[in-house]
Design a protein around this ligand. Structure first.
Ligand code: SF4
Ligand code: SF4
Length: 376
């Protein structure tokens, strides 16, 4: 199906009318962030993003593309696994505590995600496995996740920080969406080739009454998608990576990276798969009301591994090693998949410009793949 901007606007409008909170990209504070979208005017029309290790900035595009950027600092996890959520509140009722609010019982927002990229859908699948697989599903995540309607957008450009093709997660969309859009820029404006991934997506597309995409339209969309693939220069050699990382626990590279790492936790907060949380209890001065909150935490904080008398991972070296080996090695043991989807956010948003790809390959003794591919 071929959609013009007005049909995309109508898709957003009908989703909102049907009770969805449409969340999509918008420009705020010099970045493209995900927030509630009311219409096309909220999208980052004519903006693009520039990425490098430790560097991000927005630039104007020469056209009015609506999705002409790569990825922002946020991921969809902030809506499904909120950074701060009140688990319950309790008040004193005589001698007995009485629960007056319980997050797992509250009606969840009904989200429609607009603009999800292939690596982000892979990250959602990883979080589904972590938070819904096994005997202990997270009720808050489950409630928020179950009715999400996903409108994915095919990447048509890539940043020098992207390495999704090494992780097998992109840039081509391969599932996990209700509707997939590929934006084709023509002159100053753009149009979309859309196809459905589910019956719900097909029904919504059919309701728009848009014409079928011609073979030429489809060819233009495929060409735009191939452009993103050809722009990816960063690689991560994953052959034997999991085993080599586990075998090189005392490699001197861990000391080297620890001298540069600030333990700021940025990499874990921007990562679409990191899921660690902590709980915090608060009570009022009268002792009659208390609340338990769940907050994002990070394995880079010293307090994260504190156990009766001291942190298990007291040094930055131990904490960086824990993070990287968990992502690329022990995540496989725990969840049967890599914990990294190659989105590159931890590289862009690291103030010390540390690159997970370079560090992992150095520890494993692999020649640096990205350098080699850039030289080729
Ligand atoms: S570890 Fe880095 S590149 Fe991998 S998914 Fe997380 S933020 Fe993205
Ligand atoms: S690797 Fe970079 S982003 Fe992560 S904790 Fe260290 S300095 Fe911060």
């Amino acid at each position: 199906m071929r959609l013009e901007a007005k049909e995309l606007a109508s898709l957003i409008e009908t989703l909102r009318r049907d009770g969805y909170e449409v969340v999509g990209p918008t420009v705020r504070d010099g970045a493209i962030v995900y927030d509630a979208i009311e219409g096309l005017e909220d999208l980052p029309r004519g903006w693009t993003d520039e990425h490098a290790p430790g560097r991000y900035r927005l630039l104007r595009r020469p056209d009015n593309a609506l999705f002409g950027y790569v990825v922002g600092p946020q991921s969809w996890k902030r809506f499904l696994l909120p950074p701060r959520v009140r688990l319950f509140s309790v008040r004193r009722n005589g001698d007995q505590p009485e629960i007056i609010a319980d997050a797992s019982a509250e009606p969840p927002p009904k989200y429609a995600f607009l603009g999800a990229r292939a690596c982000e859908l892979a990250a959602l699948a990883v979080q589904d496995r972590v938070l819904l697989g096994g005997p202990y599903a997270d009720p808050i995540y489950r409630n928020r996740r179950q009715d999400v309607f996903v409108i994915a957008v095919q990447c048509t450009q890539a940043a020098p920080t992207c390495f999704c093709s090494s992780m097998g997660t992109g840039p081509k969309l391969s599932g996990g969406y209700d509707i997939a859009l590929t934006e084709v820029v023509e002159g100053a404006e753009s149009w979309f080739v859309a196809h459905a991934g589910t019956e719900a997506g097909a029904a919504r597309l059919a309701a728009l009454g848009a014409p079928e995409a011609s073979p030429q339209d489809v060819a233009r969309a495929e060409e735009a998608a191939r452009r993103a693939e050809s722009m990816i220069t960063r690689r991560l050699n994953t052959a034997g990576l999991r085993e080599r990382l586990a075998e090189n626990f005392e490699h001197p590279q861990w000391d080297d990276v620890a001298r540069r790492c600030l333990a700021c936790a940025n990499c874990t907060l921007v990562c679409p798969t990191c899921f660690c949380v902590t709980v915090e209890d608060t009570s009022d001065v009268t002792g009659s009301h208390a609340e338990r909150w769940r907050l994002w935490d990070s394995c880079f904080t010293q307090s994260f591994s504190y156990i009766h008398g001291g942190p298990v991972r007291a040094s930055i070296k131990a904490r960086y090693r824990q993070w990287l080996t968990h992502k690329l090695s022990s995540w496989h043991d725990q969840f049967g998949t890599s914990g990294c989807v190659g989105c590159g956010r931890c590289i862009t948003w690291c103030p010390a410009a540390i690159e997970i790809t370079t560090e992992a390959e150095a520890v494993c003794g692999f020649p640096p793949s990205s350098l080699r591919s850039e030289q080729a």
